[in-house]
Design a protein around this ligand. Sequence first.
Ligand code: NAD
Length: 350
Amino acid sequence: MFSAFRRKIALASPIVSGSRSRRLFSTQLHNIANPPRILVTGAVGQIGSELVPFLRKRYGVNNVIASDVSEIHSSSAEGPYVQADIMKFDKLDEVIQKHDINFVIHLACVLSAIGEQIPVLALKVNTRGIENILELARINKLRVYAPSSIAIYGPTTPKDETPQECVARPTTIYGITKVYTELIGEYYHQRFGVDFRSLRYPGIISSEAQPGGGTTDYAVEIYHEAIANKKYTCFLKEDTKMPMMYMPDTLRGTIQLIEAPEETLTQRSYNLTGMSFTPAEMAKEIQKEIPEFQIDYSPDFRQAIAESWPRSIDDSVARRDWNWKPEFNLSSMTKHIISRLREKKNLPST
Ligand SMILES: NC(=O)c1ccc[n+]([C@@H]2O[C@H](COP(=O)([O-])OP(=O)(O)OC[C@H]3O[C@@H](n4cnc5c(N)ncnc54)[C@H](O)[C@@H]3O)[C@@H](O)[C@H]2O)c1
């Protein structure tokens, strides 16, 4: 502990200028001869369980070290996995040295709905976690990608086509910690030259991984329930419109940003979206594939969180800077997910 602390102090200066340090901290990620050595924190979660295999396919199985607070995960069967608590600086430092890491993808987090139930835990994990990662990045000259969220926005934010740059005064502890993540990441970039990048994900919908306790989780649960029981009770009101994105678009957008040449970026943290819809619109789309499907509504505490967030997002800056464009809309995503779930359960396609 003490030696790591001494090393932190010793390396705290001199401060390097943005342009020189950007050269120091940047890695050509798509250079096949010299692939990045990536540590993924929170790898067991909804996004990690799909992003890790995706990264391994692109950069090589042994170049992507999955980690989480849990002892073991199935992704460990497909490649290296280490148990590491994001709060433990020295353990993370040890993993970084041992595996020769030069890039951290920081997914470890407590999400919005769980965060409102255990705010002190969310505050600690979400703030200490990014602080540890950024300090390790400064000391070890690592690149950092840490997702933000549309939860940075709050009730005073324009709700429709929320622009890249506007008021961000969230009312959830999760949103507050995500504003902090963006700002502290941008500070480490301009002060110490850490190549920090972030995407403000909307609700992420996946057919494979289960969601981890967010306010948009209904949009994943609904498909599983539609296949299993042909009915679903939604915890949001039928007309609650929210921005969302299908996992394949999320993976593609994430890779696009992390591989984008530095000179194309005008932001460190980008708005990003795929589509916007209400639970009623989603149910109607599911009924096209499963006509017997029924939905009812029993809004809970997550309704207030959803109502504090944008209804739709303007991601034109990401589209302009690094050619972002989602491929899935509500209809194509619904068809894709239902056929994947039927395949997995060996059900006939209609
Ligand atoms: N899933 C979404 O809809 C969504 C939307 C917007 C932003 N994001 C962001 O994407 C990132 C990943 O989200 P996710 O949906 O995969 O979350 P998740 O809750 O599914 O996974 C988070 C992971 O972090 C791990 N974790 C928690 N505390 C930890 C600790 N102390 N040390 C190490 N690991 C710890 C958990 O075990 C879990 O596996 C987060 O930053 C989240 O804010 C997700």
